[in-house]
Design a protein. Structure first.
Length: 211
């Protein structure tokens, strides 16, 4: 695994909010709010390398030189369903980004990825993609989603997850070594049910109050 492709975001606010979403006493409403806030905070780091161009504006006092983003096209693509919880936070920071959706679930028997839905912007090949999913466990869904995006013409993909297991990081890095992975925390391992330990449980169920 190329360590340079993994970035653990240890900002105090991110770590503070991660602790609260781990807590089993945190209900769906607060959980949704925290996931959205975490996605916004993480998006600051994910977009750190966006190119800038110099422009001139007129302030109320005098002309001033400034810098704006140089026409970079972005797309946010959540892996359904849990990834939906991260979209609005990123859109608050980047409201002009287009949004695609990939539906993939992990077969509970085989633990293999099964795709059931995909809707992407028509110009996906021209956009830098931020692929989001709260949990990177086995990596099966992320690996399959990245492969699917590449087949659709995607050239630049960053994966953003709140919590990851070493097994998932290794799987993505092995299958797609060029993809940067941004996480809030790397946990210990996966258990026999492929849940991240200590993790936070099932992110989708906690977001939407289901079991």
């Amino acid at each position: 695994m190329e360590k340079a492709k993994l970035m653990v975001l240890d900002h105090p606010l991110i770590q503070h909010k991660l602790t609260h979403i781990r807590d089993k006493r945190t209900g769906p409403k607060e959980f949704r709010e925290l996931v959205e806030e975490l996605a916004l905070l993480m998006a600051y780091e994910v977009t750190r390398d966006l190119p800038l161009q110099e422009v001139e504006v007129e302030t109320p006092v005098a002309p001033a030189k400034g810098r704006t983003i140089a026409g970079k096209k972005l797309a946010v693509v959540p892996i359904l369903r849990a990834g939906l919880g991260m979209v609005n936070g990123i859109l608050k920071l980047i409201p002009t980004a287009k949004v695609g959706h990939i539906g993939i679930y992990r077969d509970p028997e085989t633990l293999q990825a099964v795709d059931y839905y995909c809707k992407l912007p028509e110009d996906i090949e021209e956009r830098d993609i931020i692929l989001v999913d709260p949990m990177l466990a086995t990596g099966v869904s992320a690996v399959a989603s990245i492969k699917f995006l590449k087949e659709k013409g995607a050239r630049s993909i960053k994966l953003v997850c709140l919590i990851a297991a070493p097994e998932g990081i290794e799987a993505v890095s092995k299958a797609h070594p060029e993809v940067e992975i941004f996480v809030g925390a790397v946990d210990e391992c996966l258990n026999e049910h492929a849940y991240i330990v200590p993790g936070l449980g099932d992110a989708g169920d906690r977001l939407y109050g289901t079991k």
